[in-house]
Design a protein around this ligand. Structure first.
Ligand code: ZN
Length: 242
């Protein structure tokens, strides 16, 4: 069974469509790690498109914010404006679908958590110390996370030491019996200085993982955001992958 692993779509329909076209039909199920909406201009359409496919999904902090399940007073002013716009744009159907999603779940030998297994909607796993701490917070061999919008793989060796690996794209990684925490990166708002949409392919039979990147027409999403009067910094950042 081949899994298309995606995260942090952030209502960027052009990016999501480009990812689905790039990967073609070479997968059986989508695992989406949350933040389907927030920031971007097409929340209902992204959720509807995901729902046309065989998939499972988590909810993230931006989904919670749009649903009113999260206090957004700590968000910066642009993010608060984007939350207000998303709330006003959300259909009752999208609202009900997102409201029913968990922030974490176990699937086969994987724990899936939007942010981290320790704090499923809050924590960014970007450094070794945070990764080391989180290996104590899941019982499965492997864990997949999103939230940071940065593709990364942390591996724990038999002696307990942990290493971080930045992706080499389209290279097959054999997960074997190694304990790992992996982030596929973000479809709709990458933050690693590379504006291309990120996704990954997981083969459960071979237990292999491949990081992928694909360029999408960023200016189309930016035009949709301008038309929706979303904040300029959120529009500009897409071009820089930040
Ligand atoms: Zn996100």
């Amino acid at each position: 069974m081949r899994i298309l692993v995606i995260s942090d779509i952030h209502a960027n329909l052009v990016a999501l469509e480009t990812v689905l076209a790039d990967v073609g039909g070479a997968w059986d199920q989508i695992w989406c790690l949350g933040d389907l909406i927030g920031y971007g201009p097409r929340p209902n359409e992204c959720v509807a498109l995901l729902r046309t496919h065989n998939h499972i999904s988590l909810s993230g902090n931006h989904d919670w914010a749009a649903l009113g399940k999260l206090d957004v007073s700590e968000f910066n002013p642009e993010a608060q404006r984007a939350v207000a716009w998303t709330r006003s744009a959300l259909s009752a159907e999208t609202h009900a679908y997102l409201d029913a999603l968990p922030a974490a779940r176990v699937e086969k030998s994987f724990t899936l958590a939007h942010a981290s297994p320790r704090y499923p909607v809050w924590e960014y796993i970007l450094d070794l110390a945070t990764a080391v701490a989180n290996f104590d917070h899941f019982d499965t061999l492997r864990c997949l996370v999103g939230h940071s919008h940065v593709p990364l793989l942390f591996a724990m060796y038999a002696n307990g030491s942990v290493d971080a690996f930045h992706p080499t794209y389209r290279e097959t990684i054999y997960l074997e019996e190694t304990r790992v925490i992996i982030n596929p990166g973000s479809v709709g708002q990458p933050r690693d200085g590379d504006p291309r949409a990120a996704y990954a392919l997981l083969d459960l039979a071979e237990m292999t993982w491949e990081f992928h990147r694909v360029a999408y027409p960023v200016q189309e999403t930016q035009a949709q955001m301008r038309a929706a009067d979303l904040p300029a910094p959120l529009i500009e950042r897409l071009a820089y992958g930040w």
